[in-house]
Design a protein around this ligand. Structure first.
Ligand SMILES: NC(=O)c1ccc[n+]([C@@H]2O[C@H](COP(=O)([O-])OP(=O)(O)OC[C@H]3O[C@@H](n4cnc5c(N)ncnc54)[C@H](O)[C@@H]3O)[C@@H](O)[C@H]2O)c1
Length: 343
């Protein structure tokens, strides 16, 4: 059934891919977020043409959010808007907290105030778990925590959402926790693939901070398919749990250096990286997720294995570098991804 969905953070990496994925599934999409970053996937893929309403506003501004929600009257809301970077959270801890914690409260309350909204998915992260360097992967019952300000802000947003769900009757709300996603067009500084792709394209040796850090790498399309499946079940009000991990299997728990080596081999032309060493703000050394709940209860699974996720990402950047139209690249990958499900 076709719906009208509002995405907060639609101008960001995940939000712009989600806009096009939902559009490909026949839905109408509106968005609320800050202006896109220069060179973002949103700009390169010319997303405004794919939106019913493209609203620029701050989720810390409750009045503006309320007006937008009342004007759009969506059927459901995906909340993705956030300050999503660990290192930036050391530079701007208050903005990170205000955006990620108070902003999340504002979005939930604004959505609950509009009678068209029937459900909501709140996106947090794998970094909400108290990091004890657990090899098996965190599952939903594990304790939340947060060393750096970003992780703490997302753990707070997660706990706030759980508190609102249990304290105030109203629309069904689910929480989605995913790990490191990769895909074409991510323009965020300080993320591995964007840094590698920019360096490879300019022919420079890419400096890496934590080549030994392990992360659960996943293609953005697999993650977003999880969010969409979760939304469907949230709207059907048929879920036994509120919190859901979306991460790849153990075979995709890889070090930063393994990702960099594979990306360099797909890029070719002498692409290379180096370990810069030195002191950097703390980031988790090992972060792994257990997504067996989503696999068994939602029937979700990854369609792209680790090598394919890296290859699809490198292909996108390389083809864009060679002058192909970014929207065509994204649309083709969405269509190929969707066809994998019917194979
Ligand atoms: N990309 C990843 O690997 C990853 C991993 C885990 C969780 N997440 C989560 O997924 C979500 C989306 O991340 P992304 O990778 O697309 O990040 P992104 O930086 O590309 O996008 C962030 C979006 O939030 C918006 N935003 C930021 N501050 C805002 C504010 N005050 N008011 C309104 N909008 C604001 C931005 O305009 C942008 O649209 C975030 O909640 C992030 O924490 C991302």
């Amino acid at each position: 059934m076709s719906m009208h969905l509002l995405i907060t953070g639609h101008s960001g990496f995940k939000g712009s891919w989600l806009t096009l994925m939902l559009g490909a599934a026949g839905h109408k999409v509106s968005g609320y977020s800050l202006d896109p970053e220069p060179g973002s996937h949103f700009e390169r893929a010319e997303l405004p043409a794919h939106l019913s309403s493209d609203i620029r506003g701050d989720i810390r501004d409750f009045a503006s959010l309320n007006s937008a929600m009342a004007a759009v009257r969506p059927d459901a809301v995906f909340h993705l808007a956030a300050q999503p970077l660990v290192r930036e959270s050391y530079v701007a801890p208050r903005v990170t907290m205000e955006t990620n914690v108070v902003g999340t409260m504002n979005v939930i309350d604004a959505a609950r105030a509009v009678d068209s909204v029937r459900g909501m998915v709140v996106v947090t992260t794998d970094k909400v778990y108290r990091n004890v360097n657990q090899v098996a992967g965190y599952s939903e019952g594990d304790a939340l925590g947060g060393h750096d300000p970003y992780s703490a802000s997302k753990a707070m947003a997660d706990i706030l959402t759980q508190s609102w769900i249990s304290s105030f009757p109203g629309i069904p709300i689910s929480i989605a926790r995913a790990g490191n996603v990769i895909g074409g067009g991510d323009a965020c500084k300080d993320r591995l693939l964007p840094d590698l792709m920019a360096g490879f394209a300019s022919g420079s040796v890419v400096p890496l901070r934590f080549p030994g850090a392990v992360r659960p790498w996943q293609h953005v399309l697999d993650c977003l398919r999880g969010y969409m499946m979760l939304m469907d079940r949230t709207l059907a009000n048929s879920l036994p749990f509120v919190d859901w991990n979306f991460g790849p299997g153990q075979e995709s728990f890889k070090t930063v250096s393994e990702v960099a080596d594979l990306a360099a081999s797909y890029w070719g032309s002498g692409a290379s990286w180096s370990d810069v060493g030195g002191d950097h703000p703390h980031e988790a050394g090992l972060l792994a997720l257990d997504a067996s709940r989503a696999r068994s209860e939602l029937g979700w699974n990854d369609r792209l294995d680790f090598a394919s996720a890296v290859k699809w990402t490198v292909d996108w950047y390389k083809d864009a570098d060679f002058g192909k139209i970014p929207l065509d690249l994204t649309a083709a990958q969405i269509s190929k991804f969707n066809s994998l499900g019917s194979a």
